[in-house]
Design a protein around this ligand. Structure first.
Ligand code: BYC
Length: 320
């Protein structure tokens, strides 16, 4: 065995021992290249999801029915943009630049959550996104507060606080519709029908099919598996649907006393794969809109660059 492979094994052993001892890994620490790449993949995809996720809801800001609803929705969509920024910053600590991440998204090399490729057809969809999509996101993100990489874990703490407000505003909106006129209740039910299954897909493939899970669990990047988190979401959301008087669109859904969990029907993985591979209802629109918004923002990035250069040259002059 060569000296360098002994050294590498030693570094790997110490790295895993720190993780096993629940110590956080920080940007300055040694880490295996595959751990770094996995984090860049997951954190950047998470960031892209937050930013692309602004589009379906942004579509309704001008059509919100009251000033209060509009103010709440505006604040929520701005929060999502902020979440994207925390996450891009966390990924940057791993040595990848913002430009590289944006390029990967726009070229279709980096994914974002499949759910944002579905259209928001009615006002009730805004309630369903808050209730179900943010509800699913928060189940996943609470678990990620204990992820092994320090900057990601700390970002999650802040994001979870905001996400819980998002979930509550969505559920409150759905409740108001469900308790409203027959037409409003039907709108809420239709939104639940369309968003339920895509929300379950947010947790990713079943554990046995999940390419990255085993390694990510060993590194404690993921603390709970895709299926465990999905089950948690179903268990907490079904009673909320019942309370609202809405029916979850799954004929196989029933409480399993022996397991202490709800059983639910099979997920349509063909649909998931179609959407993830770029052929969902809105994939093209989402990326076209992103490219346009990014191009229109070029003058802001240019102004920031010039400002930074001026600051640097002034500092250099002062130091001379
Ligand atoms: N959509 O081996 P797996 C929000 C991909 S947004 C698309 O299980 P992993 C909000 C996966 O990337 C919150 N792709 O992967 C914003 C992988 O492909 P690659 C978003 C998916 O990483 C605005 C392949 O399938 N939250 O809150 O171990 C408004 C195999 O999967 C999906 C996050 O991003 C999917 N649903 O586990 C409202 C959470 N699922 O990369 C709300 C952070 C799987 O090999 N991410 N894929 O090409 C995670 O926790 C994990 O990355 C996942 C997947 C659980 C999503």
């Amino acid at each position: 065995m060569t000296d360098s492979s002994t050294l590498n094994e030693d570094l790997l052993r110490r790295f895993q021992a720190r993780i096993d001892a629940e110590q956080r890994i920080e940007p300055k620490d040694w880490m295996p290249e595959a751990y770094r790449r996995t984090l860049v993949r997951q954190i950047s995809q998470h960031a892209h999801s937050e930013v692309i996720g602004m589009q379906p809801e942004g579509n309704w800001i001008l059509r919100a029915p009251t000033l209060r609803r509009k103010a709440v929705l505006l604040a929520k969509v701005q929060d999502e943009g902020g979440h994207g920024l925390y996450l891009y910053s966390a990924a940057e600590t791993l040595g990848v630049s913002r430009e590289e991440m944006i390029e990967a998204l726009q070229e279709g090399k980096a994914k974002y959550a499949s759910i944002f490729n579905y259209p928001t057809l009615t006002w009730a969809d805004i309630g369903a996104i808050g209730w179900l999509v943010d509800g699913a996101a928060i189940v996943n993100q609470i678990s990620l507060q204990r992820t092994s990489y320090g900057p990601y874990a700390r970002g999650m703490v802040r994001i979870c606080k905001e996400e819980s407000f998002h979930q509550r505003q969505g559920y409150e909106l759905i409740l108001a519709l469900a308790q409203g006129s027959a037409e409003q209740k039907a709108m809420a039910q239709d939104a639940l029908n369309r968003w339920w299954w895509p929300s379950l897909m947010m947790f990713g493939p079943h554990d046995a099919e999940s390419a990255h899970s085993a390694q990510s669990m060993t590194w404690k990047i993921k603390r709970q598996s895709n299926d465990e988190l999905r089950q948690k979401f179903v268990d907490q959301t079904v009673p909320q649907a019942e309370f609202a008087g809405l029916a979850v669109p799954d004929p196989l859904l029933r409480w399993n006393e022996a397991r202490g969990h709800y059983d639910f029907g099979p997920i349509d993985w063909d649909e998931f794969n179609r959407v993830v591979s770029g052929n969902g209802m809105c994939n093209r629109d989402r990326l076209t809109h992103h490219r346009r918004a990014h191009d229109e923002g070029e003058w802001v990035r240019e102004a920031l660059r010039v400002h930074e250069e001026r600051k640097r040259s002034r500092a250099a002059q002062d130091a001379a």
